[in-house]
Ligand binder design. Structure first.
Ligand code: HPA
Ligand code: ZN
Length: 339
């Protein structure tokens, strides 16, 4: 039976591999939490706040994103934030999610690492219990801060090692190359964390090269700019290094000028292990469903391409091999039955 494209994407099992929990903070929840914490936001209404979400580049977004995160104070706030995101996963058939969190955004304001991670972790456990959603948690270092600060954050994470599967690198990319974090990534690797980094979103392809060669990452977040370097493309294809793309983020931050220019289709055609995710869905106009649907419509993805993206999302995940295969089989069955 052929279904409508939106219904087809809706029911397709998907894994989210690139989402910042602070970027899922919907304005309505932000206002509610601000009110209960006795904090006043600089915007008179949800609408006024949303109207401010117009960005010319990554930094303009980050400036407002960090302000929003300031209202998160108590463990309950981090719990509510994470539960609200997991509810969206449930509604959109996102069955597995790997979530970034930015501890420094909170610890630098005097919020304990323990408060942040306990709230998130408890929600992840409840999301698994209520809806069967599996998850991983990934600690991101803020790259505009020093390597010394990243070392302190890694130290703070030590008591919670079993809750955190990997470390990543986010925030302002230009001027903060992966090589700045060589030693702290080495330390994280020795402690058994999986390694990944945002690279080639606004920064050049050389930053992707550094993330691979100097940090030793197993996954690249974004990675759009790899297309500038033929040898790099070849290596990414050969090694099947995942690129976690975020099309609506790329549109809103002017990484691409039109969604129809998005390189995801070209990447798939070249054999790159490309996947689609939401990055900061509360700020960029959509969760996984909207990212898949709008990209499919704008770029002209076939149902086969869409299935490939869903298969890739599980292949690129940190699930164990048997769960990866189980979900890939389910995606294939779903595609065969409803294509
Ligand atoms: N890029 C870099 N840092 C970020 C992003 C992003 O898209 N979202 C949240 N932090
Ligand atoms: Zn990101």
């Amino acid at each position: 039976m052929t279904t409508d494209l939106s219904d087809f994407i809706h029911g397709l099992p998907k894994a989210e591999l690139h989402v910042h929990i602070e970027g899922t903070f919907e304005p309505a929840l932000m206002f509610a939490i601000a009110r209960r914490n006795g904090i006043s936001l600089d915007y008179p209404s949800v609408q006024a706040l949303q109207d401010a979400y117009r960005f010319n580049n990554l930094q303009e977004f980050l400036d407002i994103y960090y302000i929003g995160a300031n209202v998160l104070i108590h463990e309950e706030d981090f719990y509510d934030l994470t539960m609200a995101y997991l509810r969206r996963c449930k509604e959109q058939t996102v069955v597995h999610t790997e979530i970034f969190f930015d501890p420094q955004t909170h610890t630098d304001r005097g919020i304990a690492f323990d408060t942040v991670i306990r709230g998130i972790q408890r929600a992840l456990e409840d999301g698994k219990g209520k809806w069967g959603i599996t998850s991983r948690l990934i600690l991101c270092f803020l790259r505009h801060l020093s390597e010394e600060a990243a070392f302190q954050t890694l130290e703070q994470a030590r008591p919670y090692r079993e809750w955190i599967c990997g470390v990543g690198l986010d925030s302002s990319e230009l001027g903060h190359p992966p090589s700045k974090f060589e030693r702290v990534f080495k330390q994280a690797e020795e402690e058994g964390y999986l390694l990944m980094a945002h690279a080639g979103e606004e920064g050049p392809s050389a930053y992707i090269r550094e993330a691979l060669d100097i940090l030793g990452v197993v996954r690249i977040d974004h990675g759009n700019r790899c297309l500038d370097d033929e040898a790099l493309i070849q290596e990414l294809v050969e090694r099947q290094i995942p690129l976690t793309l975020c099309p609506l983020s790329n549109l809103e931050l002017k990484v691409v000028q039109n969604l129809s220019d998005h390189p995801v289709k070209r990447m798939l055609d070249q054999g790159l292990l490309a996947t689609i995710h939401s990055d900061d869905p509360a700020y960029f106009g959509g969760y996984m469903h909207e990212n898949y649907l709008r990209t499919a419509e704008s770029v002209g993805l076939s149902r086969q391409d869409i299935c490939q993206l869903a298969v890739n999302s599980f292949r690129a995940s940190f699930l164990d091999d048997s769960n990866k295969e189980m979900w890939i089989d389910r995606v294939k069955t779903y595609c065969a039955d409803s294509g």
